[in-house]
Design a protein around this ligand. Structure first.
Ligand code: NDP
Length: 240
């Protein structure tokens, strides 16, 4: 039977490309989304992939939704923690809500999904947890103390959970994308975007499919010896 992969925020952008890539790899794929029903419906109509609406930042709602997915689709073998938001602003202008929304969604979501899926993976001695971090979690970014902290936290979360999962056949890795051509980046003003692209050695934004192939590799059988690592896919913008 095909393994089941759940991609949070899978209905748009990078998540959608990840869903399509994992589907091609032979996984049974399920997406989650937060509230954009129209995008979710179009996604399901076009791909045939089921989409479940729940807030990954809500612990109880996430546990309940994952139980529903397990009952309706099958036990969860792969989690791709991709759902993420921005609420940018300098520290002086950032409200506590801006801070908290980003922390609970981007970092809290990883904890909630892992809590829901880890035990079953452990029982079945196989699992893949792939967390989507960010170049801005590695290097920091002006006006993003919330986002950079949450994404940086994802990288620590990944390394710690990798140690807990290793002897049960569960790998835990992160991907740190650079700037990718999605709705999130479309929200960046053109003048700012031009300056960003000028700093990318390959001279362009990345494509969602270029992140998706990285996820596919980490989810594959061949990825079994990779755990606790971060794969940077950023056109050479940040190297270390
Ligand atoms: P998009 O804004 O295009 O899509 C975000 C997806 O996440 C949507 O499906 C959205 O659902 C879902 N989502 C948002 N909040 C929640 C929530 N609380 N619960 C469940 N789902 C939620 O994002 P991208 O594709 O650009 O980004 C995907 C990931 O990659 C994010 O984690 C982002 O931080 C990261 N990233 C992106 C980069 C980029 O350049 N684009 C660069 C580096 C990292 P809905 O449609 O209902 O709103």
């Amino acid at each position: 039977m095909a393994r089941v992969a759940v991609v949070t925020g899978g209905t748009r952008g990078i998540g959608r490309a990840v869903c399509e890539s994992l589907l091609r790899d032979g996984f049974t794929v399920v997406a989650s989304y937060a509230g954009n029903d129209q995008a979710a419906q179009a996604f399901t109509d076009e791909t045939g992939i089921k989409a479940y609406k729940f807030d990954v930042g809500d612990h109880e709602a996430t546990l309940a939704a994952c139980q529903r997915i397990a009952d309706e689709v099958g036990p969860i073998d792969v989690v791709v923690n991709n759902a993420g938001i921005t609420r940018d602003g300098t520290l002086m202008k950032m409200s506590f809500d801006d801070w908290n929304d980003v922390m609970r969604t981007n970092l809290g979501g990883c904890f909630n999904m892992a809590k829901a899926a880890f035990e079953g993976m452990k029982d079945r001695k196989w699992g893949r947890i792939i967390n989507i971090g960010s170049i801005n979690g590695q290097a920091g970014q002006y006006g993003q103390v919330n986002y950079a902290a949450a994404k940086s936290g994802i990288h620590g979360f990944t390394k710690a959970l990798a140690q807990e999962g290793a002897r049960f056949g569960i790998t835990v890795n992160a991907i740190a994308p650079g700037y990718i051509d999605t709705d999130m980046v479309a929200a960046v003003p053109d003048t700012v975007l031009e300056k960003i692209v000028a700093k990318i050695p390959v001279g362009r934004l990345g494509q969602a499919s270029e992140i998706a192939r990285g996820v596919s590799f980490l989810a594959s059988e061949e990825g079994a010896f990779i755990t606790g690592s971060t794969l940077s896919i950023n056109g050479g913008q940040h190297m270390y």
